[in-house]
Write a protein that binds this ligand. Structure first.
Ligand SMILES: C[S@@+](CC[C@H](N)C(=O)[O-])C[C@H]1O[C@@H](n2cnc3c(N)ncnc32)[C@H](O)[C@@H]1O
Length: 201
């Protein structure tokens, strides 16, 4: 079932909201500053957007929940960031094939598993040819038996299955720095857009 994300924000039911960018993203940016145009789908209140905006030329934070976008816009600007209300699965032409990098963090795990192929197609569609997906995937959200997501977990093999038709995996590592409670439950991946969409030659 699709979550009502706006309701979660208005009711304060936002356990993912940590008040800061992901520690592994901050660590990565110290040694690998990201440049160019970056898209952050499911950006929430924009902590990762602002961390990326310290080095990137332009960062667009996209979210389907109006309250998330309002809260993100209320934060002091760091650089060339902006926030846009919208659905990752219905990207407007202004966001298609425009980005050097897509940064993923707790968006993939937020969508229903039946839409994972659509997620890959949307991210691929946002990137310029040869663009990169930098992703912290939540493998194991530690749900109780019988409890369903979001967040929805995924295995490394599952990630390979969904992403390999459109992306090459360049690097994978275990994030050492993370939020309390997520230790050992995530994987950090750098992928590059390579495959053609169905119907393309
Ligand atoms: C678990 S929250 C994570 C937010 C943020 N990445 C963070 O870690 O603080 C998932 C976010 O994805 C957004 N979202 C869910 N489905 C979306 C969609 N189809 N398009 C854009 N945003 C979406 C939700 O509104 C929510 O802000």
């Amino acid at each position: 079932m699709n979550a009502d994300w706006e309701q979660k924000y208005t009711e304060g039911d936002t356990p993912w909201e940590k008040g800061a960018a992901h520690p592994a993203l901050i660590a990565f940016l110290k040694s690998h500053p990201v440049h160019g145009r970056v898209l952050v789908p499911g950006c929430g209140t924009g902590h990762d957007v602002r961390a990326l905006a310290a080095t990137a030329d332009e960062v667009v934070g996209l979210d389907i929940a109006p309250s998330a976008i309002t809260r993100a816009k209320a934060q002091p600007a760091v650089g060339g960031e902006r926030y846009q209300l919208g659905d990752l699965f219905a990207l407007p032409p202004s966001l298609r094939e425009k980005f050097d990098v897509v940064f993923e963090h707790t968006c993939f795990c937020a969508i229903v598993p039946s839409r994972r192929t659509d997620y890959v197609a949307s991210v691929a569609g946002a990137l310029k040819p040869g663009g990169h997906l930098l992703a912290i995937f939540y493998l194991d959200p530690g749900l109780d038996p019988g409890e369903s997501g979001p967040p929805f977990g995924v295995t490394r093999e599952g990630l390979d299955t969904f992403f390999s038709p459109r992306f090459s995996l360049l690097r994978e590592w275990q994030p050492l720095a993370t939020y309390s409670g997520r230790e050992g439950r995530e994987t950090f991946r750098l992928l590059q857009l390579t495959g053609a969409a169905d119907g393309e030659t």
